[in-house]
Design a protein around this ligand. Structure first.
Ligand code: DGL
Length: 277
């Protein structure tokens, strides 16, 4: 069986990892949380394009996965082609679930809730033009929800008043009947979101679609051999591998959680490799 690298700025990718685990129990997962650079949603495209290809290249050279899953809407919508250009393995990104939401909505009005970076991306404009040209869509960017999801998985209580205030702009139009969760952190708050939102709202994310895509790419690799060639390990970049956070990764099926500090100059190393090609 194969080995996948699952990448996000923090715990958000766990919502994708869990879906992948459900349909590919034998897949080995190495999870990377780039805590040092979170929140991605507040960074410029230039900053993400400068960091992510170099970081992913360094990680893949070390971890040697068969595929990489960029389990982050912000990284995928801003830097996926740059990441693909430096990796030699299949790379699967996350696409905001605008197409399924456009099919689902009964009122023709839905919201896209992502990070500030994701909701302003041209890629999202294109998805809307292609799949929801006649619908009315409210776009809302939130970094607060990312930190509330991090709080929850670090064992801290989620501030429901803050959550209510944060999502209020989505429901100014009472006809909005569904919300695209266009950040992988947000499905981790689904119980809290459902508790504070107006009744009857549907929440749509890409987790299951990504898991299906991973399954079909893994099948095409035709990697046979023992199930799970090694343990599932989570590597947390920066000084955030404290006990409550470690417990969250263990609860999502990771066997070991390790803090990691990337060596200085990894960006210039990947640049040199590219110039040598
Ligand atoms: N989980 C990430 C996403 O899907 C972003 C969180 C962040 O802002 O770092 O967009």
């Amino acid at each position: 069986m194969a080995h996948a690298l699952i990448f996000d700025s923090g715990v958000g990718g766990l919502s994708v990892s869990a879906e992948i685990r459900t349909c590919l129990l034998d897949l080995q997962q190495t999870y990377i949380a780039d805590d040092q650079f979170r929140p991605y949603g507040e960074k410029s495209d230039a900053a993400l394009k400068a960091r992510l290809p170099a970081l992913l290249w360094t990680l893949c050279e070390t971890v040697k996965p068969d595929i990489a899953v960029i389990a982050c809407n912000t990284a995928s919508t801003s830097a996926l082609s740059e990441i693909r250009a430096v990796l030699k393995i299949p790379v699967i990104g996350v696409v905001p679930a605008i197409k399924p939401a456009a099919k689902y909505t009964q009122t023709g009005r839905f919201a896209v809730l992502g990070t500030p970076s994701t909701v302003r991306q041209k890629y999202v404009d294109k998805l809307i033009q292609e799949f929801a040209p006649t619908q009315t869509i409210i776009r809302h960017g939130s970094t607060k929800l990312v930190s509330l999801a991090e709080d929850k998985l670090a064992g801290r209580p989620v501030n429901l008043d803050a959550l209510t205030a944060e999502i209020a702009p989505l429901f100014i139009d009472p006809k909005v009947d569904s919300v695209v969760l266009a950040c992988t952190h947000f499905p981790l708050l689904i119980d809290e979101l459902s508790a504070v939102a107006p009744a009857g709202i549907s929440w749509i994310d890409s987790g299951q679609a990504i898991a299906r895509r991973v399954k079909s790419v893994i099948a095409s690799l035709r990697k046979f051999g023992p199930p799970r060639p090694g343990p599932d390990i989570a590597l947390l970049i920066g000084p955030n591998a404290d006990e409550p956070r470690k417990s969250a990764f263990l609860a999502y099926g990771f066997e070991r959680v390790v803090g990691l500090v990337p060596h200085k100059g990894f960006e210039s190393k990947v640049e040199r490799r590219h110039q040598d090609k």
